[in-house]
Every structure is written in structure tokens, then in C-alpha cells.
Design a protein around this ligand. Structure first.
Ligand code: TYM
Length: 338
């Protein structure tokens, strides 16, 4: 019998629009994995309600996220794409895992501390603290071997590994302890307005964020007004975070090394360089935007992808969840009449 391909699982939140960080740090790289792995790509709407949101926008963003996944190269014929809330098992498994996870470890998560900073504990939903446990459940429900994530999610993946090992030790070996999948580039795309901070959907200053569906004139405007550093050289260096970020971005969208680009721009000014970055980003994103817009007109195809993704994901989730429930000591579920 042919050996089963290793399982890859990864997800993005449909909070607002996807941006260039999500694309270069994540989705672009996922598309290269389709032939060699069994890939599960989730759109995690349950995570998206851990911070204030508007329900109608969430529904719309979930569908747009799907269209963007496909437009970015996630061919639904070669992978499963599903919406987290469509698959029963994510929250159920999260509950069991949460009972094994020390509170202190959740309170130490950098993302929780960042999002909770400056807020009264009374105004933070418990879901924000519990967020990484739900993420662990997403991964372990599919018994994933490998999880490709950008640098900002590494700590959550470490926690997932701890939780998997703890479950295996407390009950009996059940979960594979998932490994991070290392991508070559794009692990950390920074804000154009503050290149010491990652590009983020929740950034209050949208001019630092290049959204995948931004039209060309907006992309150009944002890139031309990107914060640069003192001096005139176009080089990637620690004391030049703005130029380094633009070089990384250009390198990722043109598949050329930063060193190669540095040579090309020796002696040229920031304005010439930024124009070239804008041209390269626009040329790369334009076909994606067009494909996404066309897909948004074809709801039938999008719904079919979600239907197939959910049934496949549900089959795999059921297997894990029934195993976990048995090990946790729950009685077998009675067969219910519909
Ligand atoms: P999210 O939705 O914030 O981001 C989706 C993916 O994009 C990566 N990413 C970045 N990479 C480079 N530079 C950036 N500026 C940047 N911003 C985001 C993220 O690392 C991620 O890979 N908690 C996760 C979603 C999640 C998940 C999971 C991921 C839920 N369950 C299970 C993997 C496995 C998140 O908020 O990603």
C-alpha cells in the first residue's frame, strides 16, 4: 500500500483582509506544498471573535479569505480548505486540552500580553486567553505532522507541542507532536510605517499595511510613503529596518536575493528604489486581485469548495475526537434520533 503523505495543517484568521505579511509569510509558501503533503488549510472564524468584531463583516471576510486562498494558489483540487466553525470538534477538543493547560503558560503568551496590554481585565474576553488552546486543537484534531507558520505564531506552536506531549503522558500516546515547517523567506514582513513592528491586520495605521486586494494606486501610495532610514544606501542592515523590509518584500515578490537587489540599486536614491518596489509588488498582486474578484462572483464554486473541505475535515476530526473522548473517560455517545 502507498505510504500516506505527511499531513500539513495551517490556518489564517478572517479578521479584516489578508495582507502581504500573510501572503509572503504564509499562503505563498503553502501553495508550494500541495503536491508533497496532505494539506488542510483552515479559515479560523472562531479565533476571529476573540477581539471585538462585526458579525456581518466576519461572514463576508470568511468568504473573501477563501477566494484569496484560492487566488493565491491553493488549488482546491489538491488540498482541503475548510471553515473552522463548520467542523465539529475544534471547540470540543480545545476544552479537553484546556483542562490540561496551565493558566500561567497562557498568561505568558506574547500575543495575549500584546493584545491585553493597557486594558482592564474586565474588558478582555476569556477567549483571548484561551486562543492558543483552540489553536492547539486545530492542529491536533488533524494529527498534523507539520505546521507552517510565520515567526509570530512560533510560540503558539511550541505550546501546542507541550500540550500534545502532556496529553500523551496523561492518557496514552495519541497525538503526533507537530513540528514547525520552516519556509525559506517572508517569515516576518514589517509594517511600512513602523518597520520595528510586524505588518498586522489589527494595525490602527492602515497605511503601513499592504492588503492583497488594495488597488494598484493605493499599493503605490503606501509604498512611496513607507518610512525609510537615515542615510542613502539601499542595503539590508540592522540599523536600516525600513529599507531592509522593502528589500525583503521586493526579494520575495521577484524571487531575487536581497544581495542581488542591493547591487542593482547601488548609488540610486530611495525614491527610485521605492518606485521599483511598488512596480514589483503591483505586478505580483494584480493577477491575484483579479482572480479573487472573479471568484467572488462565483459563489457556487466557493460553496462547493467549502462543502467538500468540511466533509473531508470532519471525517478526520471525528476519528481524533472519538479517540480522545474514549481516553478521557467519557461514555460512548448514544445514537440519537434526528
Ligand atoms: P494570522 O491570521 O494572524 O496569520 C496567518 C499566517 O500569516 C502569518 N503572518 C505573517 N508572516 C509574516 N509577516 C507578517 N507580518 C505576518 N503576519 C501574519 C502568520 O504567522 C500565520 O502563519 N493564530 C493564527 C491562526 C491559527 C493557526 C491555527 C495557524 C489558528 N489556528 C493552527 C496555524 C495552525 C493567526 O492568528 O494567524
Amino acid at each position: 500500500m502507498a505510504k500516506e503523505k505527511p499531513v500539513i495543517l495551517t490556518c489564517a484568521q478572517p479578521t479584516g483582509q489578508l495582507h502581504l505579511g500573510n501572503y509572503l509569510g504564509a499562503i505563498k509558501n503553502w501553495a508550494a506544498l500541495l503536491d508533497d503533503y496532505q494539506c488542510y488549510f483552515g479559515i479560523v472564524d472562531l479565533h476571529a471573535i476573540t477581539t471585538p468584531y462585526v458579525p456581518a463583516e466576519l461572514r463576508k471576510n470568511t468568504l473573501t479569505c477563501l477566494a484569496q486562498y484560492i487566488a493565491c494558489g491553493l488549488d482546491p483540487a489538491k488540498c482541503r480548505i475548510f471553515v473552522q466553525s463548520h467542523v465539529i470538534g475544534h471547540t470540543e477538543l480545545a476544552w479537553v486540552l484546556g483542562c490540561l493547560t496551565p493558566m500561567g503558560q497562557l498568561q505568558r503568551m506574547t500575543q495575549f500580553k500584546d493584545k491585553a496590554r493597557g486594558k482592564e481585565s474586565g474588558s478582555i474576553g476569556a477567549g483571548l486567553l484561551y486562543y492558543p488552546v483552540l489553536m492547539a486543537a486545530d492542529i491536533l484534531l488533524y494529527n498534523a505532522d507539520l505546521v507552517p507558520v510565520g515567526d509570530d505564531q512560533k510560540q503558539h506552536l511550541e505550546l501546542t507541542r507541550d500540550i500534545a506531549a502532556k496529553f500523551n503522558n496523561t492518557y496514552s500516546p495519541t497525538f503526533k507532536v507537530p513540528e514547525p515547517y520552516k519556509h525559506g523567506s517572508g517569515g516576518r514582513v514589517m509594517s511600512l510605517q513602523d518597520p520595528t513592528k510586524k505588518m498586522s491586520k489589527s494595525d490602527a495605521n492602515e497605511s503601513g499595511v499592504l492588503f492583497l486586494l488594495d488597488p494598484p494606486n493605493i499599493l503605490r501610495k503606501k509604498i512611496m510613503s513607507a518610512v525609510t532610514d537615515t542615510g542613502k544606501e539601499i542595503v539590508a542592515r540592522e540599523d536600516k529596518p525600513g529599507i531592509s523590509n522593502l528589500l525583503d518584500i521586493m526579494s520575495a515578490v521577484t524571487d531575487r536575493s536581497a544581495g542581488d537587489l542591493e547591487k542593482e540599486f547601488v548609488g540610486q536614491g530611495y525614491a527610485t528604489f521605492k518606485t521599483a518596489v511598488a512596480d514589483a509588488v503591483i505586478a505580483h498582486l494584480e493577477p491575484i486581485r483579479e482572480k479573487c474578484n472573479a471568484l467572488m462572483e462565483d459563489k457556487e464554486t466557493l460553496n462547493k469548495v467549502l462543502q467538500e473541505g468540511a466533509s473531508d475535515a470532519q471525517r478526520r476530526a471525528n476519528r481524533t475526537l472519538s479517540k480522545v473522548y474514549r481516553k478521557a473517560g467519557f461514555m460512548e455517545r448514544p445514537t440519537l434520533e434526528r
